[in-house]
Design a protein around this ligand. Structure first.
Ligand code: ASP
Ligand code: MG
Length: 420
């Protein structure tokens, strides 16, 4: 017997019929003797509507009340699923974040989970009851207020519950059947990955592949929670129930690197459209300038991603290029304008018409030539690179948005990722 956490995203619970379908997935696991906790998202579109109402009510809103409003979507789904399961003859009970309790810090709107005891739920599921837990919400214990975990946060709730219950698997049911080598809408030859390491998934998640919330992967990695991404749209009866000693080869398993036998050098190609490029031209080339540029940006909580500084022949001036989130471009430019007295002279150019394309793979640690192949592939397609950044398992380049699809396709082929 295994303890299984099953999480269902918004499209999987979009209407009553789909909630009934979800109930059949749950039935399969319970009938096989597994102990089950279900974590649900709000029905598709509901959270967006709730956020919209908050903003309409007042453009300047209290984040505590924002959480009070947007946290309700998950409660509706949890109650409905419990009702459907009960109607099928199962003992099921819904749980809100505060009832579990999923304790968070006080960063309302994007709170972090501090603690999940899971004691009461554990007793209940051990006694054969199905626990249906609201994703996305928790409780801030100091003020005793509902908190939410940031958009997409139900994934993180699911992993946290899996930690609390010491579950054998955290199954994330969604509308795609796994994690792909790249976006299949762009590259029809993209392949589903049977396994991907936590670290790679973390890069994929933070680089724009939206299958899992980044924090959920961080949490799963720290606590070594085996996580599986799979589709709720496969007929529930066509899937085998979870077994510890025989994990069915469906979906994608996110796990420890050591568990992946046939490790590719590159596992995936990700792209992010929400980067904007800022170039400061003819900045003084002397100590302290970078601090005077990036200090004020950081004070304004603007995240800077890639940074390139040119060496200029005269040794007096330099150009500095960096990227920020598109949504923060205007604010970044404003911050720089205000900091101009400190920074000294510069001309500024900016563009949101860029994308960041990244190749990801833990195999890079032990293989040379991965970057060279990337640059060669892009150059053969005549694609110019504006900025480069690397980590141990990733190389990212910034290119013109117009070439995004061409670049992703060419790289997918170049690293041997195309399916036959
Ligand atoms: N309903 C929340 C959202 O849309 C949380 C989630 O679905 O993961 O962001
Ligand atoms: Mg999601």
């Amino acid at each position: 017997m295994a303890t299984v956490v099953m999480k269902f995203g918004g499209t999987s619970v979009a209407n009553i019929e789909r909630i009934q379908n979800v109930a059949r997935h749950v039935k399969r696991e319970v009938d096989a003797g597994n102990k089950v906790a279900v974590v649900v998202s709000a029905m598709a579109g509901v959270t967006n509507q709730l956020v919209g109402w908050v903003k309409e009510a007042s453009p300047l809103y209290d984040m505590r009340e924002y959480d009070a409003v947007v946290g309700t979507g998950e409660q509706v789904t949890a109650g409905l699923l419990a009702i459907v399961l009960q109607s099928m003859g199962y003992r099921a009970r819904s749980w809100s974040g505060w009832q579990v309790p999923i304790k968070t810090n006080s960063a309302h709107g994007s709170a972090r989970i501090a603690d999940v005891p899971g004691g009461d739920i554990r007793k209940r599921i051990e006694g054969g009851e199905i626990a249906v837990v609201t994703g996305f919400q928790g409780i801030e214990p100091k003020d005793n207020r509902i908190s939410t975990l940031g958009r997409g946060g139900s994934d993180t709730s699911a992993v946290a519950i899996a930690i609390g219950l010491e579950a054998d698997i955290c199954d994330i049911y969604t509308d795609v059947d796994g994690v792909y080598t790249t976006d299949p809408r762009i590259v029809p030859k993209a392949r589903r990955l049977a396994k991907i390491s936590y670290e790679e998934m973390l890069e994929m998640a933070s680089l724009g592949s939206k299958v899992l919330q980044t924090r959920s992967v961080e949490l799963a990695m720290v606590y070594k929670i085996k996580t599986r991404v799979l589709s709720s749209f496969v007929a529930p009866e066509a899937m085998k129930p979870f077994r510890i000693d025989d994990i069915e080869n469906i979906g994608t398993i996110v796990c420890d690197e050591e568990e992946i036998v046939e490790q590719q050098i590159v596992s995936g190609i990700a792209y992010a459209k929400d980067e904007a490029k800022v170039t400061l031209l003819k900045v003084d080339d002397k100590p302290g300038v970078a601090a005077r540029i990036f200090g004020p940006l950081s004070d304004a909580s603007i995240n800077v991603d890639m940074i390139v500084q040119n060496v200029t022949p005269d040794g007096k001036h330099t150009d500095m290029t960096f990227t920020v989130h598109t949504g923060e471009l205007a604010r970044a430019l404003d911050v720089l304008k205000k900091a101009k007295v400190d920074i000294g002279h510069f001309d500024v150019k900016s563009s949101a018409d860029v994308v960041k394309v990244s190749v990801i793979g833990v195999g890079m640690r032990s293989h040379a030539g991965v970057a060279a192949r990337m640059f060669k592939t892009l150059s053969e397609k005549g694609i110019n690179i504006h900025a480069i950044s690397t980590s141990e398992i990733k190389i990212s380049v910034l290119i013109d948005a117009a070439y995004a699809e061409l670049a992703v396709r060419a790289l997918h082929t170049a690293y041997g990722l195309d399916s036959d």
